[in-house]
Design a protein around this ligand. Structure first.
Ligand SMILES: CSC[C@@H](O)[C@@H](O)C(=O)COP(=O)(O)O
Length: 363
């Protein structure tokens, strides 16, 4: 996507042994590119969420393996790199998917070939992600077009989204926001309700920043507003991303997604999920019981960081000293609350049959 007229992806090779990323912890106030040169730096970037979002985590892990092999291309080096990267974040299954793909390709190769092949495979994973998301955009835009047809001419379609599943969460385009970008390019009038997404505010900080740069009408709302808007007919459809979706269509996504799905169900608002196929965990069937939910540092809840009027970035505490906090980062929306999954191969029901209809090779 374009920032001030310049085309960017979220991750790219930047010379011999260097991988560049956009530091998302500094957005929206500061656009900074960080250069990664080692396994440790790549692992830190994922763990500390300089890069985040399931598809981007996968691509970053693949590049992390390539960086690690430059220092140690041995079998032990490969295993250690995969283990270190796998431990960075537990919920997004794209991490495991990318590492298994890298290991399967690299392990049989002689050490002398591993760096070159690893770099090419990481680039292939990144390119594939862009194409997958472009297709999700095209399929999802038909849903937005259908919603527009039910409205008065020129009246915008109101889309509600949670967290950031835009281009910053992927290599490019995004998953939940890819249909929004595609519909906007097609000239469909639309407006996006952006959940702030406490505690880390990916909606307020990242989604709003993306949409603003793209010129897409949007409004940031507190996390608890969505139900009220749906009761008053101000949401035409919800589209969210996912960090792991079961083979039966249960969707794990940023904490708070489940409550939005409940409100959507109660109000007859369609609830769609942008789902790249590497985010399907074909090995599990019960999302609530089987998906590991990341628990993060409580300070993400007890503190807030933002820009002061005189331009300084400051962190302040919002809870009483000594009050315990809990920080669950994801929740699971049962498949019965999901209207449809928008994949790169089309839109399907959130069921095993729906997914297998589009991905028959998984039978
Ligand atoms: C295309 S991204 C889908 C999800 O990864 C996104 O909605 C999300 O929950 C991201 O979580 P994050 O904790 O910011 O990595």
């Amino acid at each position: 996507m374009r920032i001030d007229g310049m085309a960017y992806r979220t991750i790219w090779p930047d010379g011999e042994g260097v991988v560049a990323i956009i530091d998302q912890t500094r957005l929206p106030h500061d656009f900074a590119v960080v250069r990664l040169t080692s396994l440790e730096e790549a692992a830190h970037a994922i763990r500390a969420m300089l890069v985040r979002g399931a598809p981007l985590i996968g691509a970053a892990a693949a590049y992390g393996v390539a960086l690690a092999l430059r220092a140690d291309p041995s079998d032990r080096g490969l295993e250690q790199a995969c283990a270190t990267l796998l431990a960075t974040r537990p919920t997004a299954v794209n991490l495991r998917w990318a590492l298994e793909r890298m290991r399967a390709l690299l392990a049989p190769l002689p050490e002398s070939q591993r760096v070159e092949v690893a770099e090419a495979e990481a680039a292939a994973i990144a390119d594939e992600d862009v194409e997958i998301n472009r297709s999700i955009g095209q399929h999802g835009a038909t849903l937005i077009r259908a919603a527009a047809a039910r409205k008065a001419p020129g009246e915008p379609v109101n889309v509600l989204t949670h967290c950031n599943a835009g281009w910053l969460a992927t290599v490019d385009w995004g998953t939940a926001l890819a249909p929004v970008y595609a519909a906007f390019e097609q000239g469909i009038p639309l407006h996006v309700w952006v959940d702030e997404t406490r505690p880390r505010n990916q909606g307020a900080s990242l989604t709003a920043w993306e949409l603003k740069h793209h010129g897409i009408p949007h409004t940031v709302i507190a996390d608890n507003v969505g139900g009220h808007l749906m009761q008053h007919g101000k949401v035409d459809l919800c589209i969210v991303g996912t960090d792991r979706t079961t083979a039966t269509g249960d969707v794990c996504n940023k904490i708070g997604t489940y409550l939005k799905a409940l409100a959507a169900h109660d109000n007859g608002v369609p609830f769609y999920v942008g789902l790249p196929s590497p985010t399907v965990d074909w090995t599990i069937a019960d999302g609530v019981r089987e998906i590991p939910i990341e628990e993060r540092d409580g300070r993400e809840v007890s503190e807030l960081t933002g820009r002061t009027a005189d331009g300084r970035i400051e962190t302040v505490r919002v809870t009483p000293d000594g009050s315990p906090v809990a920080n669950y980062a994801f929740d699971v929306t049962p498949a019965r609350l999901v209207t449809g999954l928008i994949t790169e191969r089309g839109v399907c029901a959130a069921t095993r049959d729906g997914l297998l209809g589009l991905f028959p090779e998984r039978r």
